[in-house]
Each structure stands twice: as C-alpha cells, then as structure tokens.
Design a protein around this ligand. Structure first.
Ligand SMILES: Nc1ncnc2c1ncn2[C@@H]1O[C@H](COP(=O)(O)OP(=O)(O)O)[C@@H](O)[C@H]1O
Ligand SMILES: O=C(O)C1=C[C@@H](OP(=O)(O)O)[C@@H](O)[C@H](O)C1
Ligand SMILES: [Mg+2]
Length: 167
C-alpha cells in the first residue's frame, strides 16, 4: 500500500487510452462509505469478500488498467484470476522510501492504524514474497508518478510490439 498503484495506474490508463478501475474505489462505491469505515462497520472479511468479487468481475474484462489494493494478493483466488486474465505489474518500493510515505497513509489505510514502526516493517517484509507472483516488476523508488507512467506505457508498448503475432 502506498507504492503508487492508484496514482500511476490512473496516469498509465490515460497514456494507453484505456479506462481505469481502482478496486478500492469500487468497494467504497458498493458499501457507500470510505474504507476505514467499511473496516469499522462491517469488518475486514466483508471488505476482502467484496474485493475478491470485484477483482473477478473487472479482471476478466479486456482493455482496462486496474489497480488492486496491496492486500488483494493475500488471497490465492485473486492471484490466480489476475495472473490468468491480466498482465500483472508489481510496484516494488524499498523500505526506506516507503517509510517516508507512511505519514500520508495512516489515516486512510486501516491496516497501518495503531501499528508501531516495527510492526509496519514486519508487515512490509512479510508481504514481499506474496508479490513475487507477477508478470513484471517495477521499482518505483526513483520515479515521479508521471515519469513512472511514461516508463510503464513505453515498456508495455514495446513488449506488445515485440510479442505481436507476425502476419
Ligand atoms: N511516484 C511517486 N512519488 C512520490 N509520491 C507518490 C508517487 N506515487 C504516489 N505517490 C503518493 O503516495 C501516496 C500513495 O499513493 P497511491 O497511488 O494511493 O498508492 P497505492 O494505490 O499503491 O496505495 C499518495 O499520496 C501519492 O500522491
Ligand atoms: O494492503 C492492504 O491490505 C490494503 C491496501 C489498500 O489499498 P492500496 O494498496 O491502494 O493502499 C486498501 O485496499 C486497504 O486499505 C487494504
Ligand atoms: Mg490504491
């Protein structure tokens, strides 16, 4: 969480002339309230169930750029659906860079609320092996959001050119 998936995803979609879907935003629309409130009122499991349902629905639609929340890949079904139907880009960020962003994340990410820095680091490191299930990794540390979107759009276009079926 906080690696820039939503921010960069939105910009990338524009560069690729595709619609952008943020699964968290869709979950908020479905419950009619922001994520911290969903966690408070309905609990994390209800959030995860809706997340799974929406990833399955949007993930099978073509020509979208989709941002999923940082916890989505903890569910095997989400990993399976995304890897089968989508090109999965992992936004990798170093602990040192991420640490600098924590203060802008804590209000809106319930999983970071009331955690010590040490507990956050543990969560951060535990999750890295789960994110190894991807098609391509992108180290975000040294990129401004616009530059990240430019870089990813160019890389994707180049790989589509290379892998396009020959006439
Ligand atoms: N490349 C970047 N450089 C610096 N700050 C960024 C970058 N990408 C996103 N941010 C900032 O980090 C915060 C989290 O970004 P967000 O796109 O919501 O991440 P995610 O969807 O991965 O949780 C936002 O305040 C955003 O403005
Ligand atoms: O990592 C997580 O478990 C979560 C990440 C958040 O999305 P971002 O990765 O977009 O912050 C959001 O889905 C929710 O707060 C839970
Ligand atoms: Mg996001």
């Amino acid at each position: 969480m906080g690696a820039g998936k939503t921010t960069v995803g939105k910009l990338l979609a524009r560069r690729l002339y595709r619609d952008f879907i943020d699964i968290d935003e869709e979950i908020e629309k479905a419950f009619g309230m922001p994520i911290p409130e969903i966690f408070n009122v309905y609990g994390e499991q209800a959030f995860r169930d809706k997340e799974r349902e929406l990833i399955k629905a949007f993930g099978s639609q073509p020509l979208l750029v989709i941002s999923v929340g940082g916890g989505a890949f903890l569910q095997e079904e989400n990993r399976r659906n995304c890897l089968a139907n989508c090109t999965v880009l992992y936004f990798d960020i170093s602990w040192d860079s991420w640490k600098e962003r924590i203060h802008i994340l804590t209000e809106t990410r319930p999983l970071l609320k009331d955690k010590t820095l040490q507990e956050m680091e543990q969560l951060f490191r535990e999750r890295q092996s789960i994110y190894a299930a991807n098609h391509s990794e992108f180290r975000v540390d040294n990129f401004e959001a616009m530059d990240a979107a430019d870089y990813l759009a160019d890389s994707l276009k180049m790989s589509w050119d290379i892998h396009a079926p020959q006439p």
